[in-house]
Design a protein around this ligand. Structure first.
Ligand SMILES: Nc1ncnc2c1ncn2[C@@H]1O[C@H](COP(=O)(O)OP(=O)(O)OP(=O)(O)O)[C@@H](O)[C@H]1O
Length: 359
């Protein structure tokens, strides 16, 4: 089941003209700068804002077209915004039950996780008797997501659900979202303008700019495409899907295997051998050398080929690398590009500090 949408919507000088689809499972991040129309698009899909020239359907089920307009409460969606809007007079259990009861009424509700599964997935057991004012911001958002899941939605729409949280709370909640992602086959459309958040949890990106979908595709390709703004931003990063291959218990180094080679990660051994793990590498943490250094502290030295070099600003260049089919980005100075004589096709060694790898 895919969600398809198409809108041509004008409001107070803002023109949104967007078409796309959200695949059956996994997280599709709707990413773009402030004011580009991400929340508007989500509200149009939810039916919270009305557009006279639009179409939304879940495969053959029409939610909106020229003849039809299903009101939001008749659309099988779970919708969570920045401040999760829990009922202040109900405790967590009753807030969750509200979602559960709503599912019972909806004829369109899909099969989905039951009450206990949602509580376990989101770690809510200890919180059931508390009222919203007795919860932290991150806990409130977990309950709000749980309540949305219990309505048995066929798509979950999350509008910057972590934006009101500080860095620490955000880091505490992301593993729960990663777990939902792994364990539930539910399409999620996730609005964010935080590159790091998107790189951690998204499978796919819809890139928005000034009311339009600028590009859409799989996460890795979108993050590393030199024509798209993500590869050019200060926060540019590459995502690698790797597998834990071994642990060095003396030095607490974890060995990871990915399609383009092997990496050492400096972290206490928490994951079992064979576990999949997503590694993020900031472009500014990658340096380049013409030979593999043997007298350096850098543990990760990967043979690569330069595929493209683009200027980023007067001082820096974006170097796109190919690690045997896996892309990797490096941001280095023009001075170093010239000093090493780099050009498309140059063989190089990409150097990444173990402590710079992000899990
Ligand atoms: N209720 C409203 N009435 C009129 N204009 C609005 C309203 N809400 C948003 N806008 C305008 O519509 C445009 C798109 O806003 P929208 O909130 O969809 O952007 P966004 O990409 O979600 O931004 P952000 O990342 O800052 O939340 C902006 O120009 C904004 O100023």
């Amino acid at each position: 089941m895919r969600l398809h949408f198409r809108f041509d919507h004008r409001r107070d000088g803002f023109h949104l003209q967007a078409a796309g689809e959200v695949p059956t499972a996994g997280i599709t991040a709707l990413f773009g700068p402030s004011g580009c129309g991400k929340s508007t698009l989500l509200r149009l899909i939810a039916g919270l804002e009305r557009c006279n020239n639009g179409e939304v359907r879940m495969e053959q089920d029409i939610w909106q077209n020229e003849q039809t307009f299903l009101p939001p409460h008749h659309r099988p969606i779970g919708y969570v915004i920045q401040e999760g809007q829990l009922f202040p007079h109900l405790n967590v259990r009753d807030n969750l039950r509200y979602g559960w009861k709503r599912a019972g009424r909806s004829t369109e509700a899909a099969a989905g996780p039951d009450f206990d599964t949602v509580i376990a997935l989101l770690g809510l057991t200890e919180l059931l008797a508390r009222r919203p004012e007795q919860l932290s911001g991150g806990q409130r958002q977990r309950v709000a997501i749980g309540r949305a899941l219990l309505t048995r939605p066929r798509v979950l729409l999350l509008d910057e659900p972590l934006a009101a949280l500080d860095r620490e709370a955000k880091h505490a909640i992301l593993p729960y979202l990663e777990r939902l992602h792994r364990e539930l086959a539910l399409p999620v459309l996730y609005v964010s303008h935080d590159t790091d958040e998107v790189a951690r949890i998204a499978d796919r990106l819809l890139l928005m700019e000034a009311g339009r979908i600028q590009a859409a595709g799989e996460l890795t390709g979108m993050l590393t495409h030199p024509d798209l703004p993500l590869a050019r931003s200060e926060q540019a990063e590459t995502v690698l899907e790797a597998t834990i291959s071994s642990h060095d218990t003396d030095y607490h180094l974890t060995r990871l295997r990915f399609a383009g080679g092997e990496l050492s990660l400096a972290t206490p051994a928490e994951l079992a051998t064979g576990e999949p793990v997503r590694i993020r590498i900031l472009a500014r943490d990658v340096s380049l050398a013409l030979s593999p250094a043997t007298d350096s502290s850098i543990l990760n030295i990967l043979p690569a080929r330069v595929s493209e070099i683009r200027p980023l600003n007067p001082a820096q260049a974006l170097v796109c690398l190919d690690l045997g089919g896996t892309p990797l980005l490096a941001h280095i100075t023009h001075r170093s590009v010239d000093a090493l004589g780099l050009a498309p096709g140059s063989p190089v060694y990409a150097q990444i500090k173990s402590v710079a790898l992000l899990v």
